[in-house]
Write a protein that binds this ligand. Sequence first.
Ligand SMILES: [Zn+2]
Length: 242
Amino acid sequence: MADDGTSSGACRKRGLARALASGVLVAAMPLCAAQSVCHGTPADGRLEAGVRLPLRGDNFVPYSELGVRLGRTHVHDRVARAVTAAYAALAASRPDTVYVYGETGFAQGGRFEPHRTHRNGLSVDFMVPVADARGRSVPLPASADNRFGYDIEFDDEARAGELRIDFDAVAAHLLALHAAAEGEGIRIGRVIFEPAYLPRLFAAEQGALVRRRIAFMQRPAWVRHDEHYHVDFELPCRPLRD
Ligand SMILES: [Zn+2]
């Protein structure tokens, strides 16, 4: 039984119906069959049967092929479905925007250096969507030299070289995640994003809605979250030692 009371059979049937409707049979089936179980909290937890986020889609890529190979992009299966559904919605509403997801956690959760959380399959880092000098959406450039994007520093104007953060795209993504989480029966708990950028985000297209629906950590985090925003999803987890 999953924690929402569905049997794996029902899950498979529901997943199949959803897959047939959306035309992504291959992607949806294994996600549904996984039945992840989270324990504890993002700061002190573990995960059973974590699933890897999809390797790529029409409008998204991972931050690093190496990170994927090292098993650093696993989440609870319900989080994976919410993240994937949000990208699918954005592919329809903003087809020209490229999104990049960052680190999430290991299949079995637990310590995940250098992050302080990301331990029970509910935390996801999303690299900021950026536009280049010509205004085109491009993936945040990632290599070993810039710690796969995490070392890129954006200034007070939210610029790094010729790149600028696309706050309209951030707002659309957060709202899509909020809706997709609701559709999956889970919710977005806390979001961490550079506090100095919040006024820009709230002034973006759909920013007022973001302000109403999403709870941001107001104090500065232990590391600056300028090149990515961190999302903790919430769903009932078992005790850590269970
Ligand atoms: Zn994080």
